[in-house]
Structure formats: structure tokens, C-alpha cells
Design a protein around this ligand. Structure first.
Ligand code: TMP
Length: 242
């Protein structure tokens, strides 16, 4: 019996229904997108690397008490996840200034942010993910005050866990984006955690090891993701060079 039906296609992942109504199959594709979908390219092995990367990080977060949608790996490019009702906002935490923060505030790239910052953006490519705040979220009913407080608390807990994990591997977790959703009545972390949605620099050389390599045409994008994975101790299957 065929039980997998395409439910949703994002810019880099596709979600399929499964025989379990509470679970979805999440397929990590090689599509790599930047500038809200303006630039999309296929990068060999990226789906596989992000699938294993996300599985590793989500399991570390679960062990640290941060509930999330990851259930298990299904194959090299897909995982079984809990089916969530997603909140249409993106939560961004920053430890060092980069990207839109530098553009908006004119601060120097690499400036250490103490304490780390937290920002909300509306998930809307057509509007280029505008920055929003608690007041707008409440008024437009994208989430409740309780959800807002919980998203902020989890996002900062994620920072404590992952900044330490990355630093042990000689890596700086510069910033990252998280998305949350409801599983029955609980708010939990969904979407993904991979170098597609965060910035990672080598702690000593500040070499860029994330999707900025793609945004800025620096080359060796998936090679950089694989270097981070290897340094974090993530076992990737050996695949023939494409
Ligand atoms: P920004 O500097 O462009 O605001 O992005 C901050 C971090 O959040 C960066 O690691 C990229 C990530 N991010 C996404 O992955 N998708 C998004 O739509 C946004 C707004 C940010």
C-alpha cells in the first residue's frame, strides 16, 4: 500500500505523509537556496549531509531536554519526524554580528554580541522575511504570549548546548535560525538545524563553513558542511565523488 503522499515542498526539504498520522517523512534535497529563493542550485551530497547533520544535532538537543520533532533516520537523505502545526515565524539567535544585523545596524562583522541577541522574522519569502516583534505576533495571532516566551527560552537553551558543542570542535556558532510548532498541545522545535540555516566559522581562522559560501559564491559549499560534520564527529556514509 502506498502511504506516502507529498504534503509540502519547501526550498530545500519535502514533507510526505506516512501511515502514522502523527509522523511525516522529511526528505532533504540537494536544492540550495538563498535570498528567499532567488538563487537555487543543486549541490551534490547536500541533502545527505544535512539529513545526518540535523539528526545528530536534534538528538543532542533532545538529550539536553529540548523537545524536537526528530524521530529517526529513514535513509541517507530522509528522516521520520513528528507532524507539527508550524508557527509562521523564524527565531534568530546571534553570538557574533554577521549578515542582516551588520546591514541593518552598521555594526562590524564578527563583533561579539554579549548577551546573545534574539530576533523574530515573519516566514514569508514574498515579503523577504520581514523582522517582527512580540506585539505584531500577538496582534496578528501568529502565536500566543506563552508560545513566544517558550520559543525564546528554547532558542537560548539551544545556544548554550550548541555553542559549547561547536567550540569543543574549534568552531564558532555565529548565528542560527529555528522554527517551532505544536505537536498536539506542546510547543516543540521543528524544521532543521544544518549549515543551511546557521553561520559557523573556524574559531581560529574565522573561515566561513556555512551557507554564506553559497550566498557569496565562495565555492566548496558541501565540502565545508562536511568539514563541520567531521569535526563534530558526525559519521557520514562514504559516497562516490559525483
Ligand atoms: P540573517 O543574517 O540573514 O538575518 O540570518 C541570520 C541567520 O538565520 C543566518 O544563519 C541565516 C538564518 N536564516 C535562515 O536560514 N533563513 C531565513 O529565512 C532567515 C531570515 C535567516
Amino acid at each position: 500500500m502506498i502511504t506516502e503522499t507529498l504534503l509540502y515542498t519547501g526550498k530545500a526539504k519535502s514533507l510526505y505523509t506516512t501511515e502514522n498520522p502523527d509522523q511525516l517523512l522529511c526528505v532533504f534535497r540537494n536544492d540550495t537556496s538563498a535570498f528567499d529563493g532567488e538563487k537555487i542550485v543543486q549541490l551534490a551530497r547536500k541533502g545527505m549531509v544535512n539529513n545526518y547533520f540535523n539528526a545528530f544535532i536534534m538528538q543532542k538537543l533532545a538529550q539536553a531536554g529540548i523537545p524536537n520533532h526528530f524521530e529517526k533516520l529513514k535513509n541517507d537523505t530522509s528522516s521520520i519526524v513528528k507532524r507539527l502545526k508550524m508557527i509562521p515565524v523564524e527565531c534568530v539567535v546571534r553570538n557574533f554580528a554577521a549578515g542582516s544585523l551588520c546591514r541593518r545596524l552598521g555594526v562590524e562583522m564578527g563583533l561579539e554580541l554579549k548577551p546573545p541577541t534574539f530576533e523574530f522574522f515573519l516566514k514569508n519569502d514574498a515579503l523577504h522575511d520581514p523582522m517582527i516583534n512580540d506585539s505584531l505576533i500577538i496582534t496578528f495571532q501568529w502565536a500566543t504570549q506563552k508560545d513566544i516566551d517558550q520559543m525564546k527560552a528554547y532558542a537560548l537553551q539551544v545556544n548554550t548546548v550548541l555553542s559549547e558543542l561547536f567550540l569543543k570542535a574549534g568552531l564558532l556558532l555565529v548565528d542560527y535560525k529555528l522554527e517551532f510548532g505544536h505537536y498536539h498541545n506542546s510547543l516543540i522545535l521543528g524544521d532543521e538545524f544544518s549549515p543551511d540555516g546557521c553561520r559557523i566559522w573556524d574559531a581560529k581562522t574565522k573561515k566561513v563553513l556555512d551557507k554564506d559560501r553559497f550566498r557569496k559564491d565562495m565555492g566548496d559549499v558541501v565540502e565545508a558542511y562536511e568539514e563541520v560534520a567531521q569535526r563534530l564527529g558526525i559519521a557520514l556514509p562514504v559516497m562516490p565523488v559525483a
